[in-house]
Ligand binder design. Structure first.
Ligand code: 0O2
Length: 231
């Protein structure tokens, strides 16, 4: 009798596990469809275009003041499904579209590369003044670099887009960095960021040292520019 109950219980456990796995796969499939779906990508691409245009205008304003181009390069992207899953997993969250929308700040993202460190804050100041942009959060990894050495200014924003006769606020992350910070981040990303902790550990220190060199280079370049500005 006892062994009969044990078999029944383990059967139940197996069925529950299968059902959980089925539900998980269903949610994953739904998440994939929602991310690739026309409404999310349409709104996301609208938000990206709007922010890129804002950055063009800001660059023109700052160019009139300084006589040089302040934003050297800018790109926008919607986060890939695999990358969304990895991030949800890392944060211990469910594979759910609503949760991803709420908890992942960079589902929609724009990155702008500026000439000098002080340009980054000038651009950020002008972004803050826009009436159709709300600043949700500011993460200053330049004043306080991440343990990895990563530097950039992250602004989590909401931009207003006109969609189906109403205004909708869309969350988007703006990453602002210098070309030197961008160079470091790209190589770090390639070498370490997406690998396992153990694997990456061996190069942690060297990458931190490179980040310090990058930072002092940025400061030196800024000093040189300020010197020439005075003449
Ligand atoms: P990918 O593939 O570049 O998109 P949060 O909930 O906001 O605290 P989150 O979103 O991890 O947690 O915020 P965080 O730490 O500000 O990082 C957001 C993004 O910044 C990352 O997105 C990277 O693009 C970049 N980043 C942060 N730390 C590092 C780092 O040490 N090295 C490099 N190269 N980039 C970094 P993703 O989705 O992790 O990656």
């Amino acid at each position: 009798m006892n062994s009969y109950i044990t078999v029944r219980n383990s059967q139940r456990l197996i069925y529950r596990r299968i059902e959980d796995e089925r539900q998980k796969l269903k949610k994953q499939e739904l998440l994939k469809n929602m991310l690739a779906g026309s409404e999310f990508s349409l709104k996301g691409n609208c938000a990206i275009s709007l922010l890129l245009t804002k950055l063009d205008i800001i660059n023109t304003i700052l160019m009139m003041e300084s006589g040089r181009s302040v934003i050297q390069q800018k790109t926008g992207r919607l986060k890939e499904y695999d990358s969304v899953c990895k991030k949800l997993e890392k944060k211990g969250l469910d594979f759910d579209f609503a949760i991803a929308l709420e908890k992942i700040n960079d589902l929609i993202g724009v990155r702008a590369v500026c000439a000098y460190v002080d340009d980054i804050y000038r651009v950020a100041d002008l972004i803050e003044k826009q009436k159709d942009i709300k600043i949700i959060k500011k993460k200053d990894y330049i004043r306080e670099p991440k343990k990895s050495g990563y530097q950039s200014l992250h602004l989590i924003l909401e931009v207003a887009i006109a969609f189906q006769n109403e205004t909708q606020w869309i969350k988007i992350e703006l990453q602002l960095r210098t070309a030197a910070m961008d160079y470091w981040a790209n190589l770090d990303h390639q070498l370490r960021y997406k690998r396992g902790r153990k694997e990456a550990h061996v190069i942690d220190e060297e990458l931190q040292q490179c980040a310090a060199v990058i930072s002092s280079l940025d400061q030196k370049m800024l000093k040189i520019r300020k010197k020439i500005d005075k003449i």
